[in-house]
Design a protein around this ligand. Sequence first.
Ligand SMILES: Nc1nc2c(c(=O)[nH]1)N[C@H]1C(S)=C(S)[C@@H](COP(=O)(O)O)O[C@H]1N2
Ligand SMILES: [Mo]
Length: 251
Amino acid sequence: MSITSRRTLIRSGFAAAAGVSGLAIATRLARRSGLIPPDNVGVYGLGETLNYAVHRLTSQSTAREFPPSEISKKPFVNEMAPPTAEFKRLQAGGFAEWRLAVDGMVERPASLSLVQVKSSPSRSQITHLACEEGWSYIAKWTGTPLAHVLEHVGVHPKAKYVVYFSIEKDWWDSIDLDEARHPQTLLAYGLNDRELPVGNGGPLRMRLPRQLGYKNVKFITRLTLTDDLKKFGKGLGSASPEGGYAWYAGI
Ligand SMILES: Nc1nc2c(c(=O)[nH]1)N[C@H]1C(S)=C(S)[C@@H](COP(=O)(O)O)O[C@H]1N2
Ligand SMILES: [Mo]
């Protein structure tokens, strides 16, 4: 099933289950505090707002970290690696020419090689990756905390979100600065003490253990700081809500 059709299926199930009146009150509260996700539209939008606002207003949560004995025997690989000519060319060169562009509302826009990304202090964490389709696994991820990259470029005080793009054109997403600066948010390049395999998003992927699998976009080539998500795609903050998935996927 295509991404869009399976997402439409899931979405119609949620619509049937959603209760609306309590959520309307939650929306009003969230709006007063400015915690409105970009996909706050229609019946589902109320639910998205409730989830996002409750998470942000109640805690600075940390995803659970596990001991090495809990690492799953085999990490799953979802979807396929991008078979694009450009990706293959970069892969043939050992990703020496891979660049992470960082632009938008930053003091010092940058174009970083993987060597530069890896020169920041790394963090490793054993966490759970959960796909919305119902499967999950525990693995050890190593990478550069996104917070380090943001410090390096200097975030404009008015910026609110980090938009991130994959070499796979229809995969892009965004997170607020709270999520972006969270110590567990990594630009990951290692999995279970090895180089991150291409199937799992190598050479560089977003790893957000506090968010469902689909926010963990693979093959990251660009980060853009912005104060307005309406400027990107259909204005919903990510490609996912365009197919029926929530922008905020906190777990
Ligand atoms: N570029 C890109 N990123 C992606 C995907 C994809 O197909 N392309 N799939 C997403 C989904 S739906 C999930 S659940 C996770 C799966 O990560 P894994 O394959 O490393 O287990 O990657 C996410 N990131
Ligand atoms: Mo997924």
